[in-house]
Design a binder for this molecule. Structure first.
Ligand code: GUN
Length: 367
């Protein structure tokens, strides 16, 4: 058994399975590692609790609608201006959802649709005009912008008090120093899901996979502010599976369909899937839904029928088989997605209250 004492490079269980036959020097240690990993996993026999983002978003929207009604009685109707440049089909769908949600919760909204050929100067002029209008409380510039536009310059031009996306450096700074401000919608939604599902955050190991300005970084900051011990992983992280496997709370925000497989997840962990990927390749569909423990379920059969009819399906960054290992999991669709719009409504009302001086907004977590 002395061979086990040799330094062992940590590899994913799958790679160990693939290599153990040829690397005899590692054989004993590999077998020990695999057995341990499989033994731990085999303790988890219950399917994950599914965290219903649609229900949580609906609760938040009802709270925002009640707040909007109270404000209307005081003569204030919070207003959101959305800027959609050009004709990105995904952005068009998102913006339609945002405008419709405003109507449903009783907020004023207006849409601006400058052409694809717009310049940075054109958009700066539009943002300045919206900054100056008192009835507009929130300004949202839908991303991505066309390549000729300096996106950072545009986001910087939005009045921080109307920055309902929370992307302005001033709001980023407020978040990192725990001062009142506007917080990015999707990460704020992640925290709402955790809190409203009574999943403890303080003292937990949280791992965020992805470091975007829109999701990964602010999600990490919010988890840190809620007293989690936070690790942020990215494309250069070594042994990503081993790091993410430490997580009690794993947030996947990479933008790669089904990348987080069961090997990346500690049994019993809470997994929050921020990914929204359109899968059109039948082989990819098969990898995700065709085999393993999740294969053959009624839900998968339904998804397969829809995939055949439509030619695509919406998939998160988390592989469906993770449901067999995780303790709790957000589905895609119906998990984090609906929270993004609900938190935009929340931020618009919050911006109106902060800017128009009618006191602090107190329903959801925010500040
Ligand atoms: N594009 C994708 N997600 C977002 C978002 O949260 N806000 C904006 N403005 N654009 C996006």
């Amino acid at each position: 058994m002395v061979a086990i004492v040799r330094p062992v490079r940590i590899e994913s269980p799958q790679r160990l399975r693939d290599t153990e036959k040829t690397r005899t020097g590692f054989l004993c240690a590999s077998v020990v590692n695999i057995s341990l990993a499989l033994a731990i996993e085999s303790n988890q026999t219950m399917p994950a609790r599914i965290l219903d983002g649609t229900k949580i978003a609906s609760d938040i929207r009802s709270e925002v609608a009640a707040e909007a009604k109270t404000m209307a009685a005081a003569g204030i109707r919070p207003g959101l201006a959305v800027i959609l440049v050009g004709h990105n089909p995904a952005s068009e769908v998102y913006v339609r959802g945002k405008v419709k949600a405003c109507e449903q919760v009783g907020l004023y909204s207006e849409q601006h649709t400058p052409p694809e050929t717009s310049t940075t100067a054109d958009l700066l002029a539009l943002v300045e005009e919206l900054n100056a209008r008192d009835e507009i409380d929130g300004i949202l510039v839908q991303l991505p912008l066309p390549p000729q536009v300096d996106s950072k310059k545009i986001l910087m031009a939005v009045d921080p008090a109307k920055d309902v996306d929370g992307f302005h450096p001033l709001n980023v700074g407020f978040l990192s120093t725990q001062r009142p401000g506007l917080v990015p919608c999707t990460p704020a939604g992640v925290i709402e899901i955790l809190k409203r599902s009574q999943i403890p955050i303080a003292g937990q190991e949280a791992v965020v996979v992805g470091r975007s300005d829109i999701v990964g970084k602010p999600a990490a900051m919010l988890l840190l502010n809620a007293n989690a011990t936070v690790t942020v992983c990215h494309s250069k992280t070594r042994d990503l599976w081993a790091v993410s496997r430490r997580a009690d709370i794993l947030v996947a925000a990479i933008g790669r369909a089904g990348m987080i497989t069961r090997d990346f997840v500690k049994p019993g962990a809470t997994v929050i899937d921020v990914g929204m990927n359109q899968v059109t390749d039948p082989a990819e569909f098969q990898r995700l839904f065709g085999g393993g423990l999740a294969g053959g379920s009624a839900a998968n059969a339904k998804r397969e029928a829809a995939f055949r009819a439509k030619g695509s399906t919406l998939v998160g960054d988390v592989h469906p088989d993770v449901a067999e290992v995780a303790g709790a999991l957000t589905p895609v669709p119906g998990g984090v997605g609906p929270l993004t719009i609900a938190m935009l409504m929340y931020n618009t009302v919050k911006a109106a209250k902060m800017r128009r001086g009618s006191g602090q907004w107190s329903v959801a977590s925010g500040q």
